[in-house]
Design a protein around this ligand. Structure first.
Ligand SMILES: Nc1nc2c(c(=O)[nH]1)N[C@H]1C(S)=C(S)[C@@H](COP(=O)(O)O)O[C@H]1N2
Ligand SMILES: [Mo]
Length: 176
């Protein structure tokens, strides 16, 4: 009998704790995405839960820069010798907008478009490179945002399919 009471109390305690933490976490999540104050470099739309400009999530440089940073050291078909590409992981950007989908449709400034499967994010950790060897990318050297894959770490992605997913001058991501 006493053991039963103990069990019920334990379950009740857990429920109260869960409720407490849910309340604590919910408003924090909702506040993550502030509004851009500088020029918008990237917009994310589609299956996302966080918006800051109508139905889309718009990012200026400071917002991208504030996301957890990542880096990839690799050679590429365009740069030859290995370089360090740094910026937010695509995964960090997607979690900041609550993205839940199967495919990402990427569009660049030159209207180049390509779809990448969501699995790429876990498999290869692509990075939204804002810098190359510490120097900010600009439109002339394929910036301001260049989606980089770790080509040197996984020889099987050093192919045209993945070079084609390495979008430069990235402008838009649609979560589908
Ligand atoms: N913005 C943009 N990114 C792009 C492309 C493009 O045309 N525009 N081409 C893709 C393809 S198909 C490949 S193979 C690589 C290399 O393109 P490049 O060698 O023609 O520069 O960039 C990819 N990223
Ligand atoms: Mo290509």
């Amino acid at each position: 009998m006493q053991i039963e009471t103990y069990k019920v109390t334990l379950i009740a305690c857990r429920a109260v704790l869960l409720m407490f933490f849910s309340v604590l976490i919910a408003p924090v999540n909702a506040q993550v995405l502030r509004k851009p104050t500088g020029p918008v470099l990237l917009t994310v739309s589609g299956l996302i839960t966080q918006h800051n400009t109508g139905a889309v999530a718009a990012f200026d440089f400071a917002m991208l820069n504030a996301l957890p940073a990542s880096q990839i050291v690799t050679s590429t078909p365009w740069h030859g010798a290995p370089a360090k590409f740094s910026g937010p992981a695509l995964k960090a950007l997607l979690s900041s907008v609550g993205a839940k989908g199967k495919v990402l449709r990427l569009t660049a400034q030159d209207r180049y478009e390509v779809s990448i499967p969501m699995e790429d994010i876990e498999s290869y950790g692509p990075v939204l490179a804002l810098r190359m060897d510490g120097k900010e990318l600009n439109v002339r050297n394929r910036g301001p945002i260049l989606l980089m894959y770790p080509f040197d770490s996984y020889s099987h992605i050093a192919t045209d399919v993945y070079y084609g997913r390495s979008v430069w001058q990235l402008l838009r991501i649609e979560v589908e």
